[in-house]
Design a protein. Structure first.
Length: 87
């Protein structure tokens, strides 16, 4: 969905670098896969065609945060009540 984004923080030899991959157009999504020492973040179209891909060595990845796009409220949404701590 447009607005979905993934933030990747990596160790760059004594410093950190942050990369953001975002779904830039309507109908696109951001997919995250990992395996065999690699983390891959891909922006894909509705049909599954990759538009762009970022690959990182999993040993260097410090944090991977997925930020879903905010969706508009619907008429049938119930109000959210905050959780209360029990004493």
């Amino acid at each position: 969905m447009k607005g979905d984004r993934v933030e990747v923080v990596i160790d760059a030899g004594g410093a950190t670098r942050t990369y953001e991959i975002e779904a830039t157009r309507a109908g696109r999504r951001v997919d995250v896969t990992h395996g065999r020492g690699l983390v891959e973040v891909t922006e894909t179209t509705r049909g599954g065609t990759p538009v762009r891909t970022a690959r990182f060595m999993s040993g260097r990845v410090l944090a991977l945060v997925e930020h879903p796009a905010a969706r508009p409220g619907l008429d049938d949404d119930e109000p959210v009540t905050p959780l209360r701590r029990s004493a």
